[in-house]
Design a protein around this ligand. Structure first.
Ligand SMILES: [Zn+2]
Ligand SMILES: [Zn+2]
Length: 230
C-alpha cells in the first residue's frame, strides 16, 4: 500500500499530469478549461456555407457530393482545443481523448444520432501501430456508448497518405482519392452512418469515406468532427 503510494508520487513527479490549458495539476484537461472551449454557433452546408441545421448539405450541393452533412463542434484555432488535440495525437496522451469525447457528447444533440451507426475514419495500419491507437475510434466508442447506438469498423485505409494538414486543398483532394475500402465483413443495406474524425478541414477525407460507404450500400452519411482545421 505504502509502496504503491510511493510509486504514484514518484511517477507524478517524473510525469506530472498537468492541464494543457492552465497547467493545474491533476488532469490533462481540467473541467474549467474544457468548459471554456468555444463551440461553432451556427452550422452550415459544408460545400456552399449556406446556414443549415446540424450542417446538413443543401439539396443543390447534395446533387454533386456524397456527404449528407458535416457537423463540426469547435474551431481548431483556439489554444485549449488545439493543444489538447496535439497532446492527444502527437504526444499520445490517450486520456485526453476520453475527456474530449465526453466534452463532445455534452455538446451534441442526441437527435443527430437517431437510428444511426457510428463509423470511425480509419488510420492506415502502420500509422495506427506507430500511434498506438486510432483517435477517431476512441471518440466513436465514447459517443456510441453515450448515445446508445452501435459503433462499427466498416472502413479500412488501404493506402498510407501524407497527413492532410501538410497539403493545400487541391493536393488534399488528390492525396485522399481511393484510400478507403469497405472492411471485409461490412455488409451494408440502407444504413444511416455517422462518420467520426477528430479534425476536418476541406472535408475531403469525409467525402471520400462517404463515397466508399455509399458504394457499399449505405443510405446516408453524416460527418462529425471535433474541430475545424485551417
Ligand atoms: Zn485547466
Ligand atoms: Zn450547399
Amino acid at each position: 500500500m505504502f509502496f504503491n503510494k510511493f510509486l504514484k508520487t514518484f511517477f507524478d513527479f517524473i510525469f506530472p499530469i498537468e492541464c494543457v490549458g492552465c497547467g493545474k495539476n491533476g488532469s490533462f484537461l481540467c473541467p474549467g478549461c474544457s468548459a471554456k472551449i468555444k463551440i461553432i454557433p451556427v452550422q452550415t452546408c459544408h460545400y456552399c456555407r449556406k446556414l443549415r441545421a446540424f450542417g446538413k448539405t443543401c439539396d443543390q450541393c447534395l446533387s454533386k457530393n456524397r456527404l449528407d452533412g458535416l457537423f463540426i463542434l469547435g474551431p481548431y484555432d483556439q489554444p485549449i482545443l488545439k493543444d489538447a488535440i496535439h497532446a492527444w495525437k502527437h504526444e499520445r496522451v490517450k486520456e485526453i481523448g476520453n475527456i474530449l469525447g465526453l466534452w463532445a457528447a455534452k455538446n451534441l444533440n442526441s437527435s443527430l444520432f437517431q437510428s444511426s451507426i457510428i463509423v470511425p475514419i480509419p488510420l492506415h495500419k502502420q500509422r495506427q501501430f506507430d500511434r498506438g491507437f486510432n483517435q477517431s475510434e476512441q471518440l466513436s466508442l465514447i459517443l456510441a456508448q453515450k448515445f446508445q447506438i452501435p459503433a462499427k469498423t466498416l472502413l479500412i485505409k488501404i493506402k498510407d497518405t501524407e497527413p492532410q494538414s501538410s497539403l493545400n486543398r487541391e493536393k488534399r483532394l488528390l492525396n485522399i482519392r481511393g484510400v478507403f475500402a469497405p472492411a471485409k465483413d461490412a455488409k451494408l443495406n440502407g444504413e444511416n452512418i455517422i462518420l467520426i474524425d477528430d479534425i476536418t478541414t476541406t472535408g475531403a477525407t469525409m467525402e471520400e469515406a462517404a463515397k466508399t460507404l455509399k458504394k457499399s450500400g449505405a443510405k446516408s452519411i453524416f460527418g462529425l468532427a471535433l474541430a475545424h482545421g485551417s
